[in-house]
Design a protein around this ligand. Structure first.
Ligand code: ZN
Length: 401
């Protein structure tokens, strides 16, 4: 057994609702983990003096929070789209670029041509940056292939990253309805149902669909999600991102784990999601880049829903690995408080991935934490773009700088 002690913590944010008001702060705190599992979370003066430890980390009065759980990313991609970024800044719309054979099609061509090794190397670089920003669990989607072989290579790359040092823990999601084949929707949807799901189900926990007028209809998404649920996969939906077309109600009807984006969701949609215990995943970076309405943070909370914050890290609409920056954007645009943002970026992310063993700091949970560079936890959001994370522990394993 290996015992780790983290002590001299100025503000320990547990994000545990049993510790009172969010984010459940304990001052002058310490935590102990044994073989990567928390066995003590509380005031330092409550510790046994004679305790023997294998590793001791003195954080010198700085703050400690749960590691971020980034529940929505697309980090397995090849190719380069910075020129498109500049085009959009000059006034060309996302839709115009997509219609001109640019946009996601560019990424699909480059990613489909890549080997598993090349995909793994590209994703690993992004995953390491995520961890250096405090992320200890990240969800990784496929979605930049159209044929099943390419999708499977992306899922294999995501799994290969999981085994590398210095990265977050990884959860995989099969996203077969994302990019669109030219004029062959029906054939593609049928092939996902006939063969894709069977190939993907041992390689991914979740299935996801892009329900959007430019991508796939509610009916197409429903057929694929139901087929996948029947084969044991759990559903997620990209919903109401650029217009309201029924993705949120589909997620509620099918009992999806999460509905993501939701910028155009109405209050009734959010109430339906809350009633069905579907987590609302806010992606404030993508919303800002695309220039539409902000994600519905306060509205979702008022509807009674659980919210999560994620980066949506992808080459088209949000090339960003930083969860602290997403918290800043959520506070600035989505009508939520810094405490609500921290809970959404940790416990909320874990809920959006159906992970009950992390996201809060409590005895019995994984020792997944971010060690901040500041005594004030709120700097995660308040110090916008700041270097606020000094290291992380994933199941007790450290990457301290
Ligand atoms: Zn996405």
């Amino acid at each position: 057994m290996s015992r780790l002690l983290v002590r001299n913590i100025g503000e320990l944010c547990t994000c545990d609702s049993e510790r009172g008001d969010a984010p459940g702060v304990v001052k002058s705190a310490a935590l102990i983990a044994e073989d990567g599992v928390l066995t003590y979370v509380g005031e330092e003066r409550g510790l046994t003096r004679s305790l023997e430890v294998d590793t001791e980390i003195d954080v010198d009065g700085r703050s400690v929070i749960p590691g971020f759980v980034d529940a929505h990313t697309h980090i397995v991609w090849l190719g380069e789209r910075s020129a498109e970024y500049a085009q959009r800044a000059a006034g060309v719309s996302y839709e115009q670029i997509a219609l001109g054979d640019g946009g996601i099609a560019t990424t699909v061509r480059a990613t489909t041509a890549g080997t598993v090794d090349a995909l793994t190397a590209a994703a690993a670089e992004r995953a390491r940056r995520m961890r250096s920003c405090g992320t200890t669990t990240v969800e990784v989607k496929s979605g930049y292939g159209i044929d099943t072989k390419s999708e499977v290579r992306q899922l294999e790359a995501a799994s290969a990253v999981r085994a590398l040092p210095g990265v977050p823990d990884i959860v995989t999601t099969y996203l077969p309805l994302h990019a669109t084949p030219d004029g062959e929707h029906d054939k593609h949807v049928q092939s996902v149902i006939d063969t894709g799901i069977a190939e993907a189900r041992d390689r991914a926990t979740f299935i996801d669909v892009f329900c959007d007028p430019m991508a796939y209809s509610v009916d197409e998404c429903e057929r694929v999600l139901v087929a996948a649920q029947n084969q044991g996969m759990r559903a997620k939906v990209h919903a109401e991102q650029r217009s309201r077309n029924g993705g949120a109600l589909l997620a509620a009807r099918l009992g999806a784990v999460s509905a993501d984006h939701l910028e155009h969701a109405e209050d009734g949609d959010l109430r339906s999601l809350a009633a069905a215990s579907v987590v609302c995943v806010l992606l404030p970076g993508a919303a800002l880049v695309l220039g539409g309405p902000p994600p519905p943070g306060r509205r979702a909370l008022e509807a009674g829903a659980t919210i999560a914050i994620a980066t949506d890290c992808n080459p088209g609409t949000c090339f960003c690995e930083s969860m602290p920056l997403m918290m800043s954007l959520a506070v600035a645009t989505a009508g939520i408080t810094p405490a609500q943002a921290l809970v959404a970026a940790t416990a909320g992310g874990a809920a959006a991935l159906s992970l009950s063993d992390r996201g809060v700091l409590r005895t019995g949970k994984r020792c997944d934490v971010a060690l901040l560079t500041t005594p004030h936890w709120m700097d995660c959001a308040y110090h916008m773009g700041g270097d606020v994370v000094g290291g992380t522990l994933v199941a007790g394993e450290s990457t301290l700088r």
